[in-house]
Design a protein around this ligand. Structure first.
Ligand SMILES: [Zn+2]
Length: 213
């Protein structure tokens, strides 16, 4: 087992080539560690397209947080699945990239609490108010795991596909150089418009398409 050299708390646990509907990729599974031991329940996935570790230019990267409701159940309350698809499509188009699939459902509060928050939203709260009513901060995600995975993959300079300024700052704090931000915008639908507006107004996301409010 290879230990990450950056000091971040992940170890490379497994990897294999994987044929997908977009072509062949490499899947690398990382486990978070605690006191030097790998934790089975805290696994994260890097989807590696092409051979980005061998290039000299910054690598196209997306750090994507898992979203069961959108990606598996087809929820229209957020645009996670569309963002995931758009990121992978772009990487396949360019022939190279790394998608970090981070297991931190519901901005880190977990699936059960996310669904509790959805109940509060169904009763009228916005996405941030709902989290606060459940006693959570706005966003619990941290970026040391993502940075640790990139360091392990031999990637230090990236073009980051994100609308979230905190992700750029978060990765840079852990030694990843974000040389450019690549915007990733999905059209809102009637269910996700409020959620996207909240992200833009209260969380500082770059969502130019929603500048008309
Ligand atoms: Zn989502």
């Amino acid at each position: 087992m290879k230990t990450d050299t950056s000091g971040a708390r992940v170890v490379r646990y497994a990897e294999a080539p994987l044929p997908t509907n977009r072509g062949d990729v490499r899947v690398v599974v990382y486990r978070e560690t605690s006191d030097g031991r790998a934790i089975e329940s805290k696994e994260h996935v890097a989807v590696v397209i092409g051979r980005p570790e061998h290039g000299t230019s910054p690598v196209l990267v997306r750090a994507h947080s898992e979203c069961l409701t959108s990606e598996v159940l087809g929820s229209l309350k957020c645009d996670c699945r569309e963002q995931l698809d758009a990121a992978l499509d772009r990487m396949v188009d360019e022939g190279e990239g790394v998608l970090l699939y981070l297991r931190q459902e519901g901005r880190g509060i977990g699936l059960g609490n996310k669904i509790r928050a959805y109940k509060l939203q169904a009763d009228g709260a916005d996405t941030i108010e709902a989290n606060h009513q459940l006693g959570f901060e706005t966003d619990l995600r941290t970026y040391d795991v993502a940075a640790g995975m990139l360091h392990d993959l031999g990637i230090a300079r990236v073009r980051l596909m994100t609308n979230n300024p905190e992700k750029i700052q978060g990765l840079e704090e852990f030694g990843i150089q974000v040389e450019r931000r690549e915007p990733i915008e999905i059209e809102a639908n009637e269910h996700s418009a409020d959620y996207l507006q909240t992200k833009k107004r209260q969380m500082g996301h770059f969502l130019d398409r929603f500048m008309t409010d």
